[in-house]
Design a protein around this ligand. Sequence first.
Ligand SMILES: NC(=O)c1ccc[n+]([C@@H]2O[C@H](COP(=O)([O-])OP(=O)(O)OC[C@H]3O[C@@H](n4cnc5c(N)ncnc54)[C@H](O)[C@@H]3O)[C@@H](O)[C@H]2O)c1
Length: 377
Amino acid sequence: MTDVRPTVSVDGPAVSHAGNPLSVLFQSDQGGHEQVVLCQDRESGLKAVIALHSTALGPALGGTRFHAYASDEEAVLDALNLARGMSYKNALAGLDHGGGKAVIIGDPASTEQGGIKSEELLLAYGRFVASLGGRYVTACDVGTYVADMDVVARENRWTTGRSPENGGAGDSSVLTAFGVFQGMRASAQHLWGTPTLRGRRVGVAGVGKVGHHLVAHLVEDGADVVITDVRSESIDRVRTTYPQVTVADSTSALITGELDVYAPCALGGALDDVSVPALTAKVVCGAANNQLAHPGVEKDLADRGVLYAPDYVVNAGGVIQVADELHGFDFDRAKAKATKIYDTTLAIFDRAQSEGIPPAEAADRIAEQRMAEARGH
Ligand SMILES: NC(=O)c1ccc[n+]([C@@H]2O[C@H](COP(=O)([O-])OP(=O)(O)OC[C@H]3O[C@@H](n4cnc5c(N)ncnc54)[C@H](O)[C@@H]3O)[C@@H](O)[C@H]2O)c1
């Protein structure tokens, strides 16, 4: 439990947290959820919720979030909403997996640091994952790390996001960045008729694990790259390798400067009522989860003529990687699958154009279609 961050982030599209858990569980518009398991282990203090939205395409796959929720209802709602998002993400990633998510309720710090995370608790959680017999495959998420998954995996065969020493794939940011780059190439193809960023000015906001790998792809492709980050170490690391990359003082300076492409690679909510009207870029394509701050932003982008590559589609490299772990991780095989993000993104833009809808909506429709076909209707 020594890692400081999860190496896999597998959120699907942003979803509403409103409503009461039972009405979300059985809501008819999305077909509801298949199964929700409430787990308690008194000895270790584990309280967890495992939500399976859909197994239409295969075992439900999604990470374990460890968070001190304000109430148990909030935890159940979060699990339900995140599980539903994973159904969409996995469907569009071309995976034979449905959507699921687990949340563990409590402070994710270790017991020595005043939280509740202990080996005993993670093992108890692993036994609950085992009890589902493979209907749910877990991974890291906010508050859980590779070292935690190594412990959870001791109790079942359905835990991914493990360390390479324990049969896992390790850091997912390499394939996540590669997938985002494929989405960006598809955006260039759709807008400019050529699948390259050569000669385009691309702004990357956040050059952490994913962002710095993305810069490498862009520089190699011949793009003119400008970056920003709140941490000077992150900027220095990029500039040491790529001195030709320029630096903007802030995200707002980045997006209001002349850009062809904006790549949000820091936090969620990057596209809101302030940033969207200020964008100079014609394309938004980045790794950050849940970029659209609220419903309706996708329409504002479309109205401004900005092509938006849906975040949960282009950042699926991480979930593609963890899914591959189940078969004995093979980097080349996972990379080949992540390459398909190019075709998927193009198909989404084509559908959006032909149906006169924003790409985010087209992505949802394609995912829903794949799930409905798998259910046989
Ligand atoms: N790591 C993955 O495999 C993966 C997969 C899918 C999605 N994502 C998403 O991509 C994003 C980046 O992930 P990461 O793993 O690179 O995280 P990271 O923490 O390694 O990098 C984020 C970077 O953003 C910077 N940052 C934070 N706030 C900022 C701000 N306001 N302005 C500019 N920079 C800021 C940080 O200093 C850091 O360098 C996150 O939203 C994450 O959820 C990551």
